[in-house]
Design a binder for this molecule. Structure first.
Ligand code: ADP
Length: 503
């Protein structure tokens, strides 16, 4: 990526807002854990209670009506007994005055009583109706009960009359099997209504108070759950905005503690990655600057003295070429490293014959070994040994090892490559009798940009990336790499890879 492209990609990174309300997401006002808890609890607890209040009201109403109907029937039966002889047209006139009897009843029992004889004439009831035909509009069902001879009951709707809403009972009066009249008893339902609405009202108030308690408790619980989350969100915001020193509180419920510690681990890792990146950039630029500086100095000298001293010119130009080769090697190693450090298994993974890998690498490196006057020997019984991996990557890894062996071995030296099959694994060894590696450096040589001695790499041109690449490749196929070395005696790298089809 060119610098300009890199800059514009940086510009396009999303800007993360810090500060401000934690939940600054459109439409999130109600869609929060807190409100969901409240709504859930209200629905689960208060809805059934409301239904219970409704059912209780309906049951109580029904119960009242049944009890009152029974009492109206009993009263009507008493009056009917008294009235039957009087209403019977076949008996001689009776001295009892029904209207007085009815009036007395009404006065004593707050029951409204109306009495008609067999022809529908009012014999007892409101004084203005006495002796007149009954108006069916005011006493519904009475004439029907007279006709059918069947009792019935119902409720007066107050809208038709001046009366209050009342329950009535019509009882036909019979004598010797004949219907001789009808008595109606009625009671106001106003008191029942009032007491029922008082009861239901009280229950509703209780439910509402309970709902308020539920909301309060849920809010309290909700806050204790969500405020640690909100603190984590603010922290993550600061982290996302680039504050890699941000650390999270690991307090609260188990989940929050786990989240906090995971975020802390992530923040630590981000910090490490960031410092690695800085280190990497400074290493790379240092490795670019050094050869560029010497190319510049060499070219200056050639410009100044090249014409008068052709031998110097030739020597310096050769060194310039060597430096540019070093630069181009560095560039390709950087590309290689960024590919192998991607983190996944590398290339197309399939069974690969180690012998084939070794012979490809040997063919490629042989001319360089010859130039350096170094002998290459292959020690192997020639049987195919299959490992799992990508052939080109494995060749790359082996070439890096062979390349090092050539660079760190004096002319006349010798490099041995051996392939051994063991149960479950293949062992590839590259040994040289070169300068060796000091014991103190052995554990670092696989690190990126690690060189044993600066002076060495100036001569040999390495940037300290080759072995880092080898290790990444080998490990990505489940293998490992080891090194043994003695100063001035030689070095042996051992690569162990799992064999194909065996674990
Ligand atoms: P470089 O490109 O500098 O060789 P490497 O990662 O390949 O980087 O190697 C890291 C260091 O290990 C080198 O600087 C070198 O000093 C040392 N090294 C690697 N291979 C050998 C070897 N065969 N003999 C001696 N030293 C070696």
């Amino acid at each position: 990526m060119s610098l300009a492209k890199y800059e514009s990609a940086r510009e396009q990174l999303p800007v993360v807002p810090i500060g401000g309300p934690v939940l600054a997401v459109p439409g999130s006002r109600w869609n929060t854990i807190r409100w969901r808890l409240i709504l859930g609890n209200l629905l689960a607890i208060c809805l059934p209670l409301l239904a219970l209040v409704g059912v209780t009201g309906a049951l109580l109403w029904h119960f009242y009506l049944t009890v009152m109907t029974d009492s109206l029937r009993a009263r009507a039966a008493i009056i009917a007994d008294l009235a039957a002889p009087v209403l019977d047209p076949s008996t001689p006139d009776n001295p009892i005055f029904m209207d007085r009897l009815v009036a007395q009843w009404e006065a004593n029992s707050s029951t409204l009583v109306t009495l008609v004889d067999g022809s529908g004439l009012v014999e007892g009831g409101p004084p203005s109706w006495m002796g007149k035909k009954l108006d069916p509009a005011y006493r519904p069902g009475m004439l029907k009960a007279l006709q059918d001879g069947m009792p019935d009951s119902g409720i007066w709707e107050p809208r038709h009359f001046n009366y209050e809403e009342s329950l009535y009972y019509n009882l036909p009066v019979s004598r010797d099997g004949r219907v001789v009249g009808v008595v109606q008893t009625a009671l106001s339902l106003a008191k029942v209504r009032t007491s029922l609405s008082e009861i239901v009202g009280l229950l509703l108030v209780a439910v509402l108070m309970y709902a308020a308690l539920v909301v309060g408790l849920t809010l309290w619980f909700g806050i204790s759950i969500t405020s640690p989350i909100e603190r984590l969100i603010s922290g993550v915001r600061r982290l996302a905005a680039g504050d890699l020193g941000e650390r999270f509180n690991e307090q609260g419920t188990a989940e929050i503690r786990v989240l906090g510690s995971t975020l802390n681990a992530m923040a630590t890792r981000l910090g490490q990655l960031e410092s690695l990146r800085r280190q990497y950039v400074s290493d790379v630029s240092h490795d670019l600057r050094t050869p560029l500086g010497s190319i510049r100095a060499l070219a200056d000298t050639v410009l100044e003295h090249g014409d008068e001293d052709p031998e110097l010119r030739h020597r310096y130009l050769t060194r310039i070429i060597a430096q540019t080769e070093r630069l181009s090697r560095l560039a390709s190693q950087l590309v290689e490293l960024s590919v192998v450090e991607g983190g996944q298994v590398l290339g197309s993974v399939s069974p690969v014959d180690v012998e084939a890998v070794v012979s490809v690498a040997l063919q490629e490196i042989a001319p360089r070994a010859m130039d350096a006057h170094i002998e290459l020997r292959l020690l192997s019984n020639g049987e195919p040994v299959l490992v799992i991996g990508d052939r080109d990557r494995l060749v790359r890894a082996l070439l890096n090892l062979l390349d090092n062996a050539i660079r760190y071995t004096r002319p006349g030296g010798q490099i041995d490559i051996s392939v051994e099959a063991e149960p479950g694994k293949a062992r590839i060894q590259v040994s040289d009798n070169g300068c060796g590696i000091p014991a103190a450096d052995l554990e670092h040589i696989f690190d990126r940009f690690y060189r044993v001695e600066k002076s060495r790499s100036v001569q040999t041109g390495g940037a300290g990336l080759g072995l880092a690449i080898v290790r990444r490749i080998v490990e990505s196929y489940g293998g490992r790499i080891e090194v043994e070395s003695r100063l001035q005696e030689g070095t042996r790298f051992t690569v162990v890879l799992p064999r194909a089809g065996e674990n």
